[in-house]
Design a protein. Sequence first.
Length: 262
Amino acid sequence: MNSAMLVKLFAGPAVIGLASLAGKRWGPGVAGLLGGMPLISSCVIAALWLQYGQDYATQVASASPVGLWGNLVYMLAVGYASIRFDGQRWGWLGILLCGWFAYAAVALLVVWAGIERSLLWGLLVLPSLLLAARYLLPAPKAAPRLMPLPRVELLARMLAAFLLVTVLTGLTQLLGPGLTGLLAPSPVVATVLPAFTMAGAGSNAVLLQMRGFLIGLVGMGASLICLAPLAVHLNAWAAPVAILIAIASGLGANWLMQRVSR
């Protein structure tokens, strides 16, 4: 088994497992914050680095920050859809369809406009994520219901993560580095976690989770912006530095939002 497959097989599911356990312990907001960090996108880029080399992976990373505009719209669509579908049996499917439709529309718009490698648009998305979390996403109407996490459900979440990461990396030769870059930060974690959260705890928990995702995505954007220039000088050591940047940026964004919300 090659290194790229090991990343897909273990890293992606491990990320989902840790975020799920964090959500069980500290609530959906913390699960969303962790899920918004560049955990899955790092797995995707690491797998591409191992499979296709540094140059290809850094090309993918350079196109990834602009892809976060799709994530922003996805989180808002899922949040509003969760209110509309709250209490319905297939509500989890409804919110995912709304979210992915919105994400696809933004991705196509980015490609049509030819801005997938624009540093300016990649930088602008960072404050926009926080503004969306603060002013555009609806607030929960009540405290979310407590949600149990059976072992079978945890394994199902981890399997879903493996399948999504495998599909995403498998499409790279068909799509090329530009489109793969747009899809690298695609809402993999924000597909798996909200679906189970909606089914088990309802709209209020999903809204808290989406707020956490939007804040955590600041860390993802900052790390992806830095990864390509860091790789020129540090080669493979750029990856752990980018992860540290992601953690610092995500925690800083969360601290700022807590101060603003007081």
